[in-house]
Design a protein around this ligand. Structure first.
Ligand code: UTP
Length: 293
């Protein structure tokens, strides 16, 4: 079936990143590096690989460096070219969007993820869009958003990425209640934020990638502050489920929550081990460190 194309993606980057203070006092947490590129570059590349043509960054104060990162660094590129550093120049050029492929809008106060998404409403307009949380890195053969795009092409509607977590950690996440379907794709019938272990409707958590229909913006406009005094996206996705098809895909890939220290450190190890130019030496270094313990 032919669906309305998903051309645009929102990447919200207006959070305060308090779990990484003092590193994030004057530097956005999205610019923390995994191996040799900022976390946000991996997420931006995932969006582009999935066919996204335009990325809307919802930023806040102290986030200007993200805009610079995705801009042309004219002098740097000139110098690299003059010095014949062609490999690194190619990497730098490939990492940046072409002119007009990004927009930046400000969420003036960090009032929650739902509010950040709502701030992009005029730039997105009346079309379905993708939403990628930049602190979640998903490593796999095919990008998570590309896998979701395949589901969207077939079924349309709204699609969210989910993954299983052990019961003892379920109370830290947004959890879905599933209806019809079978692994890896189900209809979503409900969602709860941070349920108690015995009240969780499943062991599937929402993982930071979404394809949403523009009706979410109306629902967000009506939204008021929920858990933690923030405008939660979950509170507006719940009524959306009653209006339009809503599916959960258990994607293939490993997730690293780079908003937490452990997840961020694990991401560095996993991505470094996987690199052709570093993996061998780094494995040796890891063995040495672990054998000293
Ligand atoms: P988090 O709650 O994980 O990010 O939001 P945070 O608030 O920056 O982190 P901590 O808990 O203080 O360490 C998930 C994503 O949503 C964005 C964040 O930038 C992050 O990418 N976000 C969150 C916003 O853009 N605006 C908000 O008001 C809240």
């Amino acid at each position: 079936m032919s669906q309305r194309p998903i051309r645009k993606a929102i990447i919200p980057v207006a959070g305060l990143g308090t779990r990484f203070l003092p590193a994030t006092k004057s530097m956005p947490k999205e610019m923390l590096t995994v191996v040799d590129r900022p976390v946000i570059q991996y997420v931006f590349d995932e969006a582009r690989a999935a066919g996204i043509e335009h990325v809307v960054f919802v930023t806040g104060r102290n986030k200007g460096v993200i805009e610079d990162h995705f801009d042309i660094a004219y002098e740097l590129e000139e110098t690299l070219a003059r010095r014949n550093k062609t490999d690194i120049l190619r990497t730098v050029v490939a990492a940046r969007p072409r002119p007009g492929e990004t927009s930046f809008t400000r969420q003036q106060e960090p009032l929650g993820l739902g509010h950040a998404v709502w701030c992009a409403r005029d730039i997105i307009g009346n079309e379905p869009f993708a939403l990628l949380l930049p602190d979640v890195l998903i490593k796999g053969k095919t990008g998570c958003l590309s896998q979701m795009m395949d589901v969207y092409s077939e079924h349309g509607g709204n699609v969210i990425a989910v993954e299983e977590v052990p019961p003892e950690r379920i109370d830290q996440y947004g959890v879905v209640e599933i209806g019809d379907g079978s692994d890896p794709l189900w209809t979503v019938t409900g969602m709860v934020e941070k349920p108690k272990r015995e009240e969780a409707p499943s062991n599937l958590i929402i993982t930071g990638r979404y394809i949403l229909q523009p009706k979410i913006f109306d629902l967000l406009s009506r939204g008021s502050a929920g858990a933690g005094g923030e405008i939660q996206l979950t509170d507006s996705m719940r009524p959306l489920m009653n209006l339009e098809p809503f599916r959960a895909l258990r994607f293939e890939g490993s997730t690293y929550d780079c908003g937490s220290k452990i997840g961020f450190l694990a991401a560095n190890v996993a991505y470094a081990l996987d690199r052709d130019d570093l993996g061998g030496d780094f494995r040796g270094e890891m063995k040495r460190l672990l054998s000293d313990l």
